[in-house]
Design a protein around this ligand. Structure first.
Ligand code: FES
Length: 106
């Protein structure tokens, strides 16, 4: 796994990612949805496993699930698990922060 620096620190990440508002990140051509929810940050594949809609156009509910904008299927941000369908789980990506920056693991 390679750690890619995407922000200078957590403060910058919180400024750039509004809480509960998914944002698209493209790293090495890979489309990833980044979410700041509560005190945590999550990264999941952007393509919904139902029919490939972009989850970064969706929204996050009060349970910490990302909702696909097309057919409203729900996926748990923490695990990527499909919550109300038999769709495959989303790929998830780890996030870490240290004194040198805010990183996503690819
Ligand atoms: S494409 Fe995402 S729920 Fe159908």
């Amino acid at each position: 796994m390679e750690w890619i620096k995407i922000f200078s620190n957590t403060v910058e990440a919180r400024e750039k990612l509004l809480s509960g508002k998914p944002r698209l990140l493209v790293v090495y051509g890979r489309r990833i949805t980044l979410v700041h929810y509560g005190d945590d940050f999550y990264a999941v594949q952007d393509a919904c496993t139902h029919n490939q809609e972009s989850l970064s156009k969706g929204h996050v509910n009060h349970l910490g699930e990302i909702i696909c904008p097309w057919h409203n299927y729900r996926f748990e941000l923490k695990t990527g698990r499909a919550m109300d369908s038999s769709c495959r789980a989303l790929a998830t990506y780890p996030i870490k922060t240290d004194e040198t920056g805010f990183f996503i693991g690819i």
